[in-house]
Design a protein around this ligand. Structure first.
Ligand code: PSV
Ligand code: MN
Ligand code: MN
Length: 388
């Protein structure tokens, strides 16, 4: 049976990175519902992230998105983070919101547009130098809508060239995290549609390029934990963008739609040694809270990732190995299901109490009156970026 002290130690050591854009207003293509008290600038987004970390104890890193989080002085922003017990995490590039990018960015047929896109990515590395961030997270909206619109292989060539230029600019401790997504905004071809394409580009680039698995970026029915196990084994799993989906890239709270899938993913992560800090796997959230209160929703998501992790840590590895060795399919499955069926909330409450935290982080932030206080202080909050 798993040693509970070791399970608790692993849970206490886990780090979950929250996205700056999760704290801003967001919506669908139909409507952005503004909420009272949302941050007006990147500094206030960090203040909200600090509340999430203060309540959970496991969320000290915050991903930024450029230009949504552009500031004059990134060292000052990093200092603001540090004062609040935070660090700046992945720098997310944005080559999808300018008119120039109608036909793509790094894969665009016009070299001038590609130049602009690559220059932006290089600027993101400059920002990493200033903030101390180690991860450049790249998601490209590039693709085509109609057969014949552009040369599929030619676009791969442009992508490879662009990535190589950015890769050459990375410092020793910096890496590219390349994200894939099946479709949207392009509907016929997408230039990085799947893990295989991302993996092929990362292999060509070198060891400082790894794949990011966004749980909302696959066709329905895709076995994400298989992808995780494979990339981990190949040393190319850089991290996750956790979120939930019912239909496509819904960006709902992690663990809300399919907590069993999150458990299965965390089981493969743990089996492959990916929970050890030395593995360098970044557990990020990539979510937008369109109708729910944002800080409590981010806290809930962090807790959901913790619960999936706790259940996966409770898998009896010895019993599982024995059942597998003897070919006992039902017993092997039962070991996994027993762990999944365990109510880990008491364990996590106990851990938080031991750490001097409130056992119920959502209730604690709601009770604190912080939401009302910031709503009174902050007037005219910012949008997350989409539709901005
Ligand atoms: C767009 O699909 C997206 O949700 C990607 O997942 C990125 O990680 C995120 O936006 C931020 O650019
Ligand atoms: Mn993502
Ligand atoms: Mn997405």
């Amino acid at each position: 049976m798993p040693d509970i002290a070791a399970v608790k130690a692993a849970l206490a050591a886990q780090r979950i990175e929250t996205p700056s854009w999760g704290y801003g207003n967001s919506g669908t293509r139909f409507k952005v519902f503004a909420q009272p008290g949302v941050p007006r600038d990147p500094y206030e987004k960090l203040d909200d992230a600090a509340e999430v970390h203060a309540r959970t104890g496991v969320a000290p890193k915050v991903s930024l998105h450029i230009p949504w989080d552009r500031v004059d002085d990134y060292a000052a922003l990093a200092a603001h983070a540090k004062e609040r017990g935070l660090e700046l995490g992945a720098i997310n590039s944005n080559t999808f919101q300018d008119d120039d990018y109608r036909l793509g960015s790094v894969c665009h047929p016009d070299p001038k547009v590609r130049r602009k896109a690559v220059d932006h990515l290089l600027e993101c590395v400059d920002i990493m130098d200033a903030t101390g961030s180690t991860d450049l997270k790249l998601w490209f909206a590039d693709g085509t809508n109609y057969p014949g619109q552009d040369d599929i292989a030619g676009r791969q060539e442009r992508l490879a060239e662009s990535l190589a230029e950015v890769y050459a600019r990375l410092g020793d401790d910096q890496r590219i995290l390349l994200e894939y997504k099946l479709f949207e905004p392009a509907f016929y071809t997408t230039d990085v549609p799947d893990w295989g394409t991302a993996y092929a580009h990362c292999l060509k680039l070198g060891p400082k390029a790894q794949v990011v698995v966004d749980t909302g970026h696959h066709a329905p029915g895709t076995n994400i934990e298989f992808i995780v196990a494979l990339l981990l084994r190949e040393g190319r799993l850089g991290g996750f963008d956790f979120n939930s989906r019912f239909y496509a890239d819904d960006d709902l709270m992690a663990g809300a739609a399919d907590p069993f899938q999150l458990f299965r993913i965390m089981h493969e992560v743990i089996a492959g040694g990916g929970l050890d800090a030395a593995a360098g796997i970044s557990f990020m959230l990539d979510q937008c809270h369109n109708v729910e209160a944002k800080v409590p929703a981010v806290i809930r998501s962090v807790m959901n990732v913790q619960e999936a992790t706790a259940k996966a840590l409770l898998v009896d590895a010895d019993a599982l190995a024995a059942a597998r060795r003897s070919g006992d399919v039902l017993a092997a499955n039962a070991v996994l299901m027993d762990a999944y069926a365990t109510d880990v909330r008491p364990l996590l409450r106990e851990l938080r109490e031991e750490q001097g935290l409130d056992p119920d982080p959502v209730a604690a932030t709601l009770r604190s009156g912080r939401l009302e206080r910031v709503a009174a202080e902050r007037v005219g909050g910012a949008q997350a970026g989409w539709g901005a």
